[in-house]
Write a protein that binds this ligand. Sequence first.
Ligand code: DAH
Length: 344
Amino acid sequence: MLKQLKELRREALSELNQVNELRELNSWRVHHLGKKSKLTQILRSLATLPLEERKKVGAQANEIKRALESGLVEKKKFLEEIHLATSLEREGLDVTLPGRPVPIGRLHPIPQVLEEICDVFKNMGFQVFEGPDVEWDYYNFEALNIPQWHPARDMFATLWVDPEMDKESRLLRTHTSPMQIRLMEKKRPPIRAIMPGRVYRYEATDVTHESMLYQVEGLAIDKDITLADLKGTLFEFSRCLFGEERKVRFRCDYFPFVEPGVEVAIECSACHGTGCRLCGYSGWIEILGAGMTHPDVLKRGDIDPEIYSGFAFGMGVERIAMLRYGIDDIRLFYRNDLRFLKQF
Ligand code: DAH
């Protein structure tokens, strides 16, 4: 029996030596340590042996069992390490590689510039108001001294909502100036407000024209407001947005709802005044219309022109963005070409 045990031990350990896979190791365990293994059978049959022999054989068998068990544990650890090492090598996982960057979105250049414009005026004490894109003829035209027969209606190619196209009709506002009347109806002077928003024009698009664009309207009404206030405000605006160096041009212009009316232009950013496609070869780009609020307009807002005076201005946001960034085609803003938009 002792001899048989010795042989068993030698055989099991030498087989264990040759195992080099975890699956094989399991079969080895079942074969040498399982319920039906020789060793287990010997251990079970100990009871039938005479006492002296039982002691010797028992001690020997238990020693073998421990040896095989610890051999098993060691081999398992060894095989697991090898398995991990080879699979790491095969999968080539490099944990030091940087992750894939997640692209971060950003604001479209127009709302960016719009925000900048609003900030400049907010810093000068202007409040911000918004109004409807679909507007009544009354606010868009009538109340601004542009009755139905007025030739100034030709300045705006209008997109009508109601087919009658008369005094009671609705339209897509052609400018943000109707907000002047809406604001005067609601607020008493002193008023200092800007009113940003979308406006619409029914016209062919080209490098400086789009059928939808953004404007910022301004209105200031108080006692003793003069043209000097208007000039000072707009020069400061230009200084903040374009810097000290940029030349600003103030000229007379006509708008039915102001008297006198002015037009403000800024030195072209693409050609610096020498003339190019962007500025129509004039060296200047008109960025806004303005003037002293017409007494009749004040009256429609129930404000007494004998006591109060005011100024108003309206500017195109796309034009300003173009000047700001030296862009020579307004249509780029709404083509949604990411290569263009990503630059801002
Ligand atoms: N609303 C005019 C336009 O879209 C611009 C304008 C001119 C606004 C003079 C004003 C102003 O407030 O006083 O062309």
